[in-house]
Design a protein around this ligand. Structure first.
Ligand SMILES: Nc1ncnc2c1ncn2[C@@H]1O[C@H](COP(=O)(O)OP(=O)(O)OP(=O)(O)O)[C@@H](O)[C@H]1O
Length: 231
């Protein structure tokens, strides 16, 4: 998988949400997308997944422009949006089967993913009955069902309790062994636990794109580094 973003600019009216973003990803790695509220993280993720149309620049996935190859690109990308939209009235397995049908995926894969994200005991429950952590697992399951090469996760552990956070991180770590994962988070421990590379966005621009050790640099902690760049 290769992803090359060049000169990406996205505006909402007068507001420039992303300003001349350039990113190259060539390896399977877990990348932490950091930045204060309103920095442009979700906008970047939605731009890559094709949910938002960009104003300037281009996004190449495996050397093909995502806006000109929408269906092909979507096959290669899995997306867990912020606030994990799910159909609450559906049952877990029924919902995942529904998503699998949209992608033309065999039934066996649904069971495989249910097992991978650890929701086998919950698979016959209604989504509305699940705890937030299990809902998040269902969101992850729908994102990986079609075996995407690139997984984009917008604040995947937001609002979870400490146990659920660890569990979801383990699932992401497992997936990250074979896929490229871009995840946004405000939790520096998460970055430390999962990511090899950090991209820091502030006011729509990239301030830092480096291995985690370089990002930390002379600072005692990632929090300190984050503050020094963004205050
Ligand atoms: N649909 C939209 N219409 C108008 N402005 C938008 C829209 N989506 C995002 N914005 C603006 O673009 C900027 C970047 O927002 P974005 O949601 O990408 O930030 P973020 O880094 O994901 O923030 P957070 O950490 O709070 O989730 C913000 O100023 C936001 O208000």
């Amino acid at each position: 998988m290769s992803l090359k973003i060049s000169g990406l600019t996205k505006k909402f009216g007068e507001q420039v949400a992303l300003n001349d973003i350039n990113i190259t990803i060539a390896n399977n790695e877990i990348i932490g997308l950091l930045g204060p509220n309103g920095a442009g993280k979700s906008t970047l993720m939605k731009s890559i997944t094709g949910v938002l149309k960009i104003d300037e620049g281009e996004i190449l996935l495996d050397e093909k422009n995502v806006s000109e190859n929408e269906i092909e690109s979507k096959k290669k990308i899995g997306f867990l949006p912020e606030n994990n939209p799910l159909y609450n009235e559906m049952y877990v397995k029924e919902y995942l089967q529904f998503v699998a049908n949209l992608h033309n995926i065999k039934k066996e894969r649904v069971e495989q993913v249910i097992d991978l994200v650890g929701i086998t005991p919950e698979k016959s429950k209604k989504i509305s009955q699940l705890s937030k952590g299990y809902k998040q697992r269902v969101g992850l399951a729908q994102a990986i069902l079609h075996e995407p090469d690139l997984l984009i996760l917008d604040e995947p552990t937001n609002g979870l309790d400490p146990n659920q956070i660890v569990e979801i991180r383990n699932v992401i770590k497992e997936i990250g062994k074979e896929k490229t994962v871009i995840l946004s988070t405000h939790i520096m421990q998460e970055v430390e636990a999962l990511c090899s590379r950090v991209i820091l966005i502030h006011q729509g621009k990239i301030l830092q794109d480096s291995p985690i050790s370089e990002f930390k640099g002379k600072f005692e902690s990632l929090e300190e580094a984050f503050q020094s760049y963004t205050v």
